[in-house]
Design a protein around this ligand. Structure first.
Ligand code: F6P
Length: 323
């Protein structure tokens, strides 16, 4: 192995730049060269590939988003698209890959490795924290801190106007962001896809004797909750309790941006460096994660199909602290 190609793919996440920087610096340290592939698989197909050296990744550790840019590629899902990608990698002398992204990105890398045999290591980059094989994904810590900051601000208005606020957070099909942010934000309810009794708990909360006299409340709902998003819940709650003053806020993409937290920069730096070491050791088709502060490798198949569960103790904690 002489040259590594690194790319970011799927939704951007704070810390992706720090991960690319760590890949480049570790590779250079070990005498390897690196190319950056722009817009993930799209850049492979369209030969949008740039040289990276230790200097080209200076001053990016603190930047959100991804300077390599990112995309979700339909063409890479076709054999013709992957053939073009292979030809371009060959042309650029790239003989190993580091893919920073989520499940869709891992799937592309897995198929590509099976077809063309190019070694590939995956790094978990998503704000959702829903990837198997790591305690935390790159971008999650920043995203929950951003969401929490918004909830603290909403709390001021909720308190001043004596309102109930339903705050919808991201997370795709998972409730990691919602649950952690609900606990950290002192919310009265956390509605997440992993808990089917969550709506009943909210109703129970409002039905408690004396509870409805409480002047304000915050309820956090994950965008993937089966009850529906904030606007639907606002309607349902208003029908049940016409005297409540309810407002909804959908935080949206604000959760994806911003300068990465210290935790995310450290996680991304560690994972980026470990990805290069894994390639040097001859590993392929695994994701690198950190579990209980130890580096861990998960085969693509398991990383893609394994289900990471929220901790039931945290669901109970949110309920207990909401009384
Ligand atoms: O996976 C990250 C994420 O932000 C999810 O939380 C969200 O469901 C999705 O991406 C939004 O995707 P897009 O930016 O394509 O609208």
């Amino acid at each position: 192995m002489k040259r590594i190609g690194v790319y970011t793919s799927g939704g951007d996440a704070p810390g992706m730049n720090a991960a690319v920087r760590a890949v480049v610096r570790t590779a250079v340290y070990h005498g390897l060269s690196v190319k950056g592939i722009k817009r993930g698989y799209e850049g492979m197909i369209h030969d949008d590939i740039i040289d990276l050296d230790r200097q080209s990744v200076a001053n990016i550790i603190q930047r959100g988003g991804t300077f390599l840019k990112t995309a979700r590629s339909k063409d890479f899902m076709t054999p013709e698209g992957r053939k073009k990608a292979y030809d371009n990698l060959h042309k650029n002398g790239i003989d190993a890959l580091v893919c920073i992204g989520g499940n869709g990105s891992y799937t592309g890398a897995k198929i590509f490795n099976e077809e063309y045999g190019i070694p590939c290591i995956g790094l978990p980059g998503t704000i959702d924290n829903d990837l198997y094989g790591t305690d935390y994904t790159i971008g999650y810590d920043t995203a929950i801190n951003t969401a929490l900051d918004s909830i603290d601000r909403i709390r001021d208005t909720a308190h001043s106007h004596e309102r109930v606020f339903i705050v919808e957070v991201m997370g795709r099909d998972s409730g990691f962001i919602a649950l952690d942010v609900a606990i950290a934000g002192g919310a009265e309810g956390a509605l997440i896809p992993e808990d089917i009794s969550d709506w009943d708990k909210v109703i129970k909360h409002f039905n408690r004797p004396g509870k409805r006299k409480k002047s304000f409340s915050i309820i956090v709902v994950a965008e993937g909750d089966e009850q529906g998003g904030a606007l639907i819940l606002e309607k349902r709650l208003a029908e049940l309790y016409p005297d409540l003053k309810i407002r909804s806020t959908i935080l949206g993409h604000v959760q994806r941006g911003g300068s990465p937290s210290a935790r995310d920069r450290i996680l991304a730096s560690r994972l980026g460096s470990e990805a290069v070491k894994a390639l040097i050791e001859g590993k392929t088709s695994v994701t690198v994660g950190i579990i209980s502060d130890e580096v861990s490798y998960t085969p693509f198949d398991l990383a893609i199909n394994g289900k990471k569960s929220v901790n039931p103790a945290m669901i109970e904690l949110a309920e207990i602290l909401a009384i």
